[in-house]
Design a protein around this ligand. Structure first.
Ligand SMILES: NC(=O)c1ccc[n+]([C@@H]2O[C@H](COP(=O)([O-])OP(=O)(O)OC[C@H]3O[C@@H](n4cnc5c(N)ncnc54)[C@H](OP(=O)(O)O)[C@@H]3O)[C@@H](O)[C@H]2O)c1
Length: 259
């Protein structure tokens, strides 16, 4: 059987994140040409490149850097099949103590960068070759057109708020609204835009969450577990594959708790 993502060209931001690493490894294993961005984790990026994926250092808070990266990337690949906005920043504080810089930095990385990077890479996403394979329903594939896909990684915070993280919650709420809007705008260009809420994962983002809150999260979870980045990455592999061709404007939740 052919690899699930054979020859797909994929770009994921924050490839060095817990979830990003799992995705890059799986996507490369499934035959994709994988590109990823990273910020500070140079050693992790070098290690990930052993998979055949290629990493690019990029500060997503810097619009000019995004523009330069996009120009370079447009020269590098002939088209882009999947773009995943996964990188995210946090700078937690209650509103009385949150500085304007903390607000702006988080909004820049988590919300402005997905907008700007998508806009700058649109020409690549719109350049479609008619190629693809559906492993699940080979006989049902009558339309030879395989849509480009954009995914945003969102959070429960964006729907129900998160005390001490109004910047992060606002960025993720905005990202959900942007995802649904782009699904409407880009549908006519045969592009799918969806969001995934990976649920509470143990990663550098949640490393400083106090033990008491971790335990509360576990207690509220019907499954009494944290989300597994490997499982979320597997789901993203499925969504990136040609088996998913008609779903757009959705938010998929790995959140085992009610909102
Ligand atoms: N962890 C959770 O419980 C949880 C829950 C809901 C949603 N999510 C979402 O899921 C996604 C992955 O989360 P994670 O926990 O796996 O992340 P993580 O391990 O904390 O990693 C964050 C990533 O963002 C990158 N990054 C941070 N600031 C950046 C900047 N200024 N420019 C470019 N890249 C920057 C980091 O790059 P370097 O490492 O190279 O510095 C890293 O790759 C995020 O969108 C997050 O919001 C996570």
């Amino acid at each position: 059987m052919e690899p699930f993502l054979k020859d797909k060209i994929i770009l994921i931001t924050g490839g060095t994140s817990r979830l990003g690493q799992a995705f890059v490894r799986k996507a490369a294993h499934q035959g994709a040409r994988v590109f990823f961005t990273y910020f500070k984790a140079t050693a992790v990026a070098k290690d990930l490149e052993q998979t055949g994926a290629q990493g690019f250092p990029l500060d997503l808070a810097d619009s000019q850097a995004i523009e330069c990266f996009a120009a370079l990337f447009r020269r590098k690949v002939e088209q882009l099949d999947v773009l995943i906005h996964n990188a995210a920043a946090t700078a937690d504080a209650l509103i009385e103590k949150m500085s304007e810089k903390e607000w702006d930095d988080v909004l820049r990385v988590n919300l402005k960068a997905p907008f700007y990077l998508t806009q700058k890479l649109l020409p690549l996403l719109m350049r479609r070759e008619k190629k693809g394979v559906s492993h699940h329903f080979p006989k049902m594939v009558t339309d030879p057109f395989f849509p480009a896909k954009v995914f945003t990684m969102v959070s429960r915070a964006g729907l129900s708020g998160l005390a001490g993280a109004s910047n992060y919650a606002a960025s993720k709420g905005g990202l959900i609204a942007m995802t649904k809007t782009l699904a409407k705008e880009l549908g006519r260009k045969k592009m799918l835009v969806n969001a995934v809420n990976p649920g509470f994962m143990q990663s550098s983002m949640t490393a400083s969450v106090p033990e008491k809150i971790l335990q509360k999260n576990l207690e509220e979870s019907p499954l009494k577990t944290f989300s597994d980045p490997e499982e979320v990455a597997e789901f993203l592999i499925f969504l990136s594959s040609d088996s998913m061709r008609q779903v757009t404007g959705q938010v998929f939740h790995f959140e085992p708790r009610p909102f």
